[in-house]
Design a protein around this ligand. Structure first.
Ligand code: PLP
Length: 369
């Protein structure tokens, strides 16, 4: 079976986690700090807080930026629903923005249009998703955010290793959030992180992730109604080696994405994702022509020993958002199409060049041509 994803956890990573388990200091030990340090040196972003999941990272970023009830947050329509769920959970409203059909992320034009057409709403923030690691134009979107007095958060759950506007993601926004779920390029089981060049934001997150506690002159005080969103020390131990080995992993993914393009460029029923510099390729999603039965293709590929999956969700098609905001498939047609016809193919460093050839050959024989 060619698996969809395969985390690169090695015996030395397991050894580091086992050492934590044997030490008895399972939380708030030195590995959390070392993992934060490693993420900082990989991304070049100054401050970092690791947390219990990507969703926790997004939730804390919104809280730390003061987004609250009565606010409206612009969210891409095509994403994993956690991006919008956290907005709902702090009592703010979601305003969906449709995405580009070849990059699957929002464009500056679309964001500007949404702002202009919704002057009656109390928009306070933009959430940008670098879907599957594609570098959204965060530098240009920052200018829009700035001129409209909006906060800017990057859902970079899939975008460790993504560069946009000359910098690793996290440079142009108030905060960028990562996930270390097993489907992502680096995993700690469950896990996440927030990075920012703004020291105060990360300091606030450090307090909020730990019950609102600060320690002043040896005395503990609870200065906020915080949460427990900490990462354990043995989880952090798993991540350190993976981040240290990540640069060649991303290079390999870029190479394999190019190979997919080579092998599928003549297949007319398959629309390929745009190839651009700075893409981290957490996932490689193609879009099948409407006449092709996507779920049947998934099944046939599975029977041929190849694991594939649908891409992300169109929020406008999910019952919660449809019910609450009166949206439907026509509200964000591009996202709806990607949700219905997107197919994610296996992609990770350990995949062999031959595997790409086998996968593409199978796709062509199933679809025809
Ligand atoms: C995976 C993912 C999340 C959620 O991360 P978890 O660690 O599973 O909570 C949020 N947003 C996007 C775009 C994701 O891909």
């Amino acid at each position: 079976m060619i698996k969809l994803a395969s985390p690169d956890i090695r015996s030395e990573d397991i050894g580091r986690a086992v050492a934590v388990l044997q030490s008895g200091q399972l939380v708030q030990g030195e590995n959390v700090a070392a993992f934060e340090e490693a993420l900082g040196s990989f991304t070049g972003i100054e401050h970092c807080a690791v947390v219990s999941s990507g969703t926790a990272a997004l939730h804390l970023a919104l809280l730390a930026l003061g987004i609250r009830q009565g606010d409206t947050v612009i969210v891409p329509a095509f994403t994993f629903p956690a991006t919008a769920n956290v907005v709902e959970n702090i009592g703010a409203q979601v305003l969906l923005c449709d995405v580009d059909p070849d990059s699957y992320v929002v464009t500056t034009d679309a964001v500007e249009e949404i702002i202009i057409n919704n002057r009656d709403k109390h928009i306070t923030a933009i959430m940008v998703v670098h879907e599957f690691g594609y570098p959204a134009d965060i530098r240009a979107i920052q200018k829009i955010a700035q001129s409209n007095g909006l906060r800017l958060i990057e859902d970079a759950a899939c975008a460790l290793g993504t560069f946009s506007g000359g910098y690793h993601v996290g440079h142009y926004s108030d905060a960028a959030c990562f996930s270390f779920h097993p489907r992502k390029a680096i995993t700690t089981g469950e896990g996440g992180a927030v990075i920012s060049n703004d020291k105060e934001i990360i300091e606030r997150i450090n307090v909020l992730r730990n019950h609102g506690i600060i320690v002043r002159e040896g005395e503990m005080d609870f200065i906020d109604a915080g949460l427990n969103y900490r990462m354990t020390d043995f989880q952090a131990a798993l991540g350190i080696g993976q981040i240290e080995r990540f640069s060649p992993e991303v290079e390999r993914r870029r190479y394999l994405a190019g190979l997919y393009h080579e092998h599928l460029k003549h297949q007319k029923s398959v629309r390929l994702p745009r190839l651009v510099d700075g893409h981290a390729w957490q996932s490689f999603m193609v879009v099948l022509e409407e006449t092709v039965l996507r779920d049947l293709v998934i099944e046939k590929l599975f029977n041929a020993g190849i694991q594939t999956n649908i891409g992300a969700q169109a929020l406008n098609c999910l019952s919660y958002y449809a019910r609450k905001y009166g949206v439907n498939a026509n509200s964000c047609p591009v996202a709806s199409n990607l949700y219905k016809h997107g197919l994610v193919l296996p992609l990770y460093g350990k995949l062999r060049n031959d595997d790409i050839e086998i996968i593409c050959g199978k796709i062509c024989s199933i679809i025809g041509e």
